[in-house]
Every structure is written in C-alpha cells, then in structure tokens.
Design a protein around this ligand. Structure first.
Ligand SMILES: [Zn+2]
Length: 500
C-alpha cells in the first residue's frame, strides 16, 4: 500500500472507500472532517492555512505535532506460549487512525506512533502495527505520521525512537528494536539492560544512512525528590549526546499524562516528585539540569507530548494528541524537514494553546539568529545583543473552551562555559531570569505581541531562552491536584550567542 504518493484521484477514492470499510466509524469521521475541526477554534495561523490549502506546504512555518502517542499496539504478551502471544489494546486502546484523526482535529500537522516494546514486539510492530500506519496515512493525509516506537532504552526510562520516512522505515525500526530494545528478547536477556548497550545502540543509529532521533520521555518520573535522579541521570544524557549529538537531542520538557489531576491522579503520572507547571524539574528549575547542559554548549532540546493511552473522560490520565500539549517545529510540511527542525532546535512548546506562535531572535549589527541558531558577534565591538520576543495569542478557545491569557513572559539567559568538570553536574549558577514582562511591556503589531530587550556588553558565549505563563507564579510551583487548564506555560528552545 502506498500512502501520500497516490496520484490518480479515482484510485484514491477507491482506496479510501476500502479503508473506510476497514477502519469503521473513525475513518468515516476522517473522510468527513475539515483540517481544523474543533468548532470556533483557530489553532494555526489563518494565512498559513490558506497557503497550505492552495498547495503551498513548502514554506517553513510553525507546525504543531506530538512525537509520543500510543495506540492499541501498546498491548500485552502472554508469555506462557512460545513465541509469546500478543493481545492488542491492553495498555493503550485507540487505533492508529483514531489518534491521527484526533491529532488533526486539535490542529496538529505531524504525529508519531510510539508503542511500548515487549518480548518479540519488534515483530508485532513490523507485521501488524506498521500496515495499520500505512492505512492511516492514506486516510488522514493532512497529518504527517511518523513511524517509530517508545524505545525501552537500555539502563534508562522510555525514549522516543523516531525513524525517518522512507520505503524501508519498517525494516529500519525492526533492526534497531530487535537488536537493542531491552525488553525485546524472549526469553529475557538482562545483558540488554546496560549503559554500554545504550551506547552501542546510539553508535549503530548514528552509522545508519538515514538517521533516527532519540528523545527521553518523562525523564524525572522515577525521581524521588528535587535534584534527585531516578532511571535517567545527567551522566547518561551527556555520554549519549557525546557519542551521537545528531541522534540523542533532548528530553520532554513537559511529559504527557497531563490530565491526571482531572481523575485525582498526579500530573504527568509523577507520583514521587511532582512536575512544576506541568514541566519536568530538569527543565522547570532555572539554573537546573537543562541549563547545565546548555551551559556546556550542548544542543539539547525540550519537547511536549501527550503520551496518550486512554483519554481522561474514559478513566485514563490523558489528553488527545494536541488537545493540551503541542511541540511546534519550524518546518515545511515534509517529514524530513520536521525531523530536521527537531534535530536542530527550531522548536518551542506550550500547553493549553496559551499562544499559537513564538519567535525569539538575537541580533547584532544586522546579523540575526533564531531558536536553535547561533549569532556570532565580535569582541571588538562593544557588544550589545538585541533580543526580540514575538508571540501570538490564541484567537478563539482552546481545547477546554477557555480563552487563556498570557500574564507574564520571562527572558532567561545563561553563560556557556564549556564542558562541566563532572558528568553528574546538574546546575548552571550563571542562569537567571534577566527580565520579566507583563502586558504593559509588550506592544501589539498586527496579530502579534512584540517585546524587545537589550543585553548589554555581552562578553562571552551565552544563550537566551523564553518562557511564559497564564499564572502569576514567579517560578513554576510544584503541582498538586489543580486543573492543568489553570496552569499553562510555554517554553522556547534557546538561541545562542558566540563571541568571537
Ligand atoms: Zn509513553
């Protein structure tokens, strides 16, 4: 089965009919619903959408997506048989096409299947789940649907393993999952669960002609306190990123399962130590681990995902893909360019559609750099760097029917001082909030708000990043059972300044 390359419209209609029969009610919805479905909402720029409708998907604009979504192929294995017998729908329940339809409904341009591994799961992915993904791509062609998995990473918690889109993508995932996923062997092989195996995996991934992406999921979910680490440690991030800087590029700033409190559970499923404003402590703490990694000059990015398994209205702890959390990538509507954006930090993240666009630039004497990029300035000029923050508030209502408002935007900077003395370092004492802006500090320009700030006498390498909130919390507080809809945040990835 081909996906988006079917050109004969008649053939497309026929295959759609066949698919609708295959996928039932969900597929009927897919065929019937518009690109942006939720009534009264405008998740994406109107003008951008207009361009896409006229077939211009070749322009880089912010495209929202979700790289961590489970389907019914996150199931269970009966290991009393050999080989184990797979049963769909145990841990997560929705067909792949349902996830794609809901992603489209909530304004996502791209999404990714990330089902759990398990004994011989690599074969389930190859033989059962992948054919469903191909059908889903035909049914919901407006949403790019990546192939990959929630990799049961050796010695670590789960990670996104995103495979580039090409004709051998299923074989590529099969190779990586069957050789390296710690739970894939049957009978179990404890030798798979070592840091050395993770490094071996990253080397193999790096040597592939088509390079995958690896991003850590809910990195502090197993941590028992603030500044304490569970399964994922600073040392493992550094070692992995050193080996494969183009492959192992970041962690979820905001984990999924954000609807937990709506059913009396912990936000993000962080039952030991909580999230802060829905964000993992590694990201939320100013001068914490993320800043420590950035302060080494590492290109290490944050994302936000749904980790959708079961919607909270059906007793789960989840929102649909794009309903609450979005990862925005500056890219063309093109698999390779979305991946390129994720790999290179052209990414900002947000919850509750507090804003729909965010641009951060650093400029000096006519040169300019944006998120993920580096501005090079000369030491000889007295070096002031101009920062511009540009954001666009949501027009209309978000997934909860609210019209959220930005109360504050913070500009955060930190120095880049080179590799840390120790692999366990998790602070950057130079990182601070250098300016806080309220509604009186931003100027309306068309549909956007603009903030300008000058960083005076920049003498050494540094980075700047931005966050904003619907709350009046000065720093994001530890989360309890408050509604996630009342505690919205957005975070940029950094722009870098190099002093020559
Ligand atoms: Zn997951």
């Amino acid at each position: 089965m081909t996906d988006k390359n079917i050109e004969d419209p008649e053939q497309t209609a026929i295959s759609r009919r066949r698919l609708v029969k295959y996928a039932g009610v969900g597929a009927t919805l897919a065929a019937a619903s518009p690109l942006v479905g939720a009534a009264g909402t405008a998740y994406a720029h109107d003008d951008d959408r207009k361009q896409e409708k006229s077939g211009d998907s070749g322009k880089r604009v912010w495209r929202a997506g979700d790289h961590h979504v489970h389907s019914e192929y996150s199931g269970e294995f009966d290991t009393s048989t050999n080989p184990p017998t797979f049963h769909k729908g145990a841990d997560a329940v929705y067909p792949i096409v349902t996830n794609a339809i809901m992603a489209k409904n909530f304004g996502l341009s791209w999404v990714m299947c990330t089902d759990h591994g398990g004994p011989t799961h690599s074969k389930v992915n190859l033989e059962q789940a992948y054919p469903d993904l191909l059908r889903s791509r035909v049914l919901v062609p407006e949403v790019l649907q990546f192939w990959g998995m929630e990799f049961d990473a050796p010695a670590l918690d789960h990670h996104t393993l995103m495979i580039p889109h090409h004709s051998d993508e299923a074989q590529q995932l099969f190779e990586l999952e069957s050789r390296f996923a710690k739970n894939d062997p049957f009978p179990a092989d404890r030798g798979r669960d070592t840091e050395a195996k993770m490094i071996e995996f990253l080397k193999a991934a790096k040597d592939m002609r088509r390079k995958p992406l690896v991003i850590a999921h809910h990195a502090s979910r197993s941590a028992t306190g603030l500044g304490v680490y569970g399964q994922d440690t600073p040392r493992e991030f550094r070692n992995g990123n050193n080996i494969a800087p183009e492959i192992y590029v970041g962690f979820e700033g905001a984990p999924g399962h954000q609807a937990g409190p709506l059913n009396g559970g912990a936000r993000g499923g962080y039952g030991n130590y909580p999230t802060h404003g829905g964000f993992d402590q590694m990201t939320a703490r100013v001068g914490g681990l993320w800043d420590s990694l950035l302060g080494e000059g590492r290109r290490w990015w944050i994302t936000a995902t749904s980790d959708s398994h079961v919607h909270w209205t059906r007793g789960g702890s989840d929102f649909w893909p794009g309903e609450y959390s979005k990862t925005h990538v500056l890219a063309r509507q093109d698999y390779a360019d979305i991946m390129d954006g994720l790999r290179n930090g052209r990414v900002w993240v947000g919850t509750g559609d507090l804003i729909t666009s965010l641009d951060l630039t650093a400029s000096n004497r006519g040169d300019e750099a944006a998120m993920g990029e580096t501005l090079t300035v000369s030491r000889r000029n007295r070096t002031d760097v101009e920062i511009e923050i540009r954001f666009r508030p949501l027009e209309g209502k978000n997934g909860n029917g609210d019209r959220p408002e930005v109360r504050r935007v913070d500009l955060i900077t930190g120095q880049i001082t080179g590799p840390s003395a120790g692999l366990d370092t998790d602070t950057n004492p130079t990182t601070k909030v250098v300016a806080r802006f309220g509604p009186r500090d931003w100027r309306r320009q068309g549909k956007e708000y603009v903030i300008k700030h000058t960083l005076r006498d920049v003498e050494g390498d540094m980075y700047a990043r931005v966050r904003g909130t619907s709350t009046d919390e000065v720093e994001p507080l530890a989360d309890g059972l408050e509604s996630p809809w009342d505690d919205l945040w957005f975070y940029s990835n950094p722009v870098f300044v190099h002093v020559r």
